[in-house]
Design a protein around this ligand. Structure first.
Ligand SMILES: *Cc1c(COP(=O)(O)O)cnc(C)c1O
Length: 223
């Protein structure tokens, strides 16, 4: 199926409250342009160098870039001027640097806190305890150039649906608790980013309202 047709089918299938991030990493500008022509506006990239290249190359009205991969603090400066949402904030050091770069370019940068819920060591993110303690500390309220907009997670890469569901559910419960305790009445804290090509239907059942879908739309990545 064509990229355009995948986008159209996926959008028709998604509940109204779910936002689609088309993950275009390792795919060329032409694939992004095809998705754009089919109405897609939000694109996710996971490497700064690749995103910088595409940002230079692609000029389309209303196109938004989301950063979804592990972000090194020394690279924040390259994307700070234009990034629409950073999904993958996985340390305080990173959040502080995003705030610093946001200040430099006069922006309030929207961020999600990445929770480590998977049973895999190689995944990044805060543990639930770390994340809760940080929110409890209130230190984030002093970061004037960062806007905390919600929670992101990546489930374990497994066929075990029950495990994946349980991980999404924990993220969803964490989001609800954090919303009530720290962001009550703040509409901006509203994003639950979980679900990829293989698990997005489960993710939506478990409260996701932003899915990050790559290979289902663009085909297999060439590594
Ligand atoms: C690559 C990637 C995706 C998309 O994965 P697919 O399985 O191709 O849909 C989603 N989220 C993150 C963080 C990724 O790195």
């Amino acid at each position: 199926m064509s990229v355009a047709q995948e986008i159209i089918n996926l959008k028709a299938e998604l509940p109204e409250q779910v936002t689609l991030v088309a993950v275009s990493k390792y795919h060329p500008a032409s694939a992004i342009e095809e998705a754009y022509a089919a109405g897609q506006r939000i694109f996710g990239e996971s490497q700064v160098q690749e995103l910088r290249r595409k940002y230079e190359e692609i000029h389309l009205d209303g196109l938004q870039w989301h950063f979804i991969g592990h972000l090194q603090t020394n690279k924040v400066k390259y994307i700070a001027p234009y990034i629409a949402l950073i999904h993958s904030v996985d340390s305080l050091k990173l959040l502080l640097e995003i705030n610093r770069q946001g200040e430099k370019c006069g922006r309030r940068i929207r961020c999600l806190l990445q929770l480590h819920v998977a049973q895999e060591e190689n995944k990044y993110g805060f543990t639930e305890t770390e994340c809760w303690e940080y929110l409890e500390s209130g230190a984030w309220k002093n970061l004037k150039n960062v806007e905390l907009c919600g929670i992101m997670c990546i489930a374990t890469n497994t066929e075990d649906e029950n495990l994946v569901r349980a991980e999404f559910r924990r993220a969803s419960e964490f989001f609800q608790k954090a919303k009530e305790r720290f962001f009550a009445g703040q509409d901006s804290f509203s994003v639950c980013s979980w679900g990829m090509s293989d698990d997005y239907p489960l993710a939506i059942q478990e409260g996701s309202n932003m899915i990050r879908v790559g290979s289902k739309i663009f085909g297999a990545r060439v590594y």
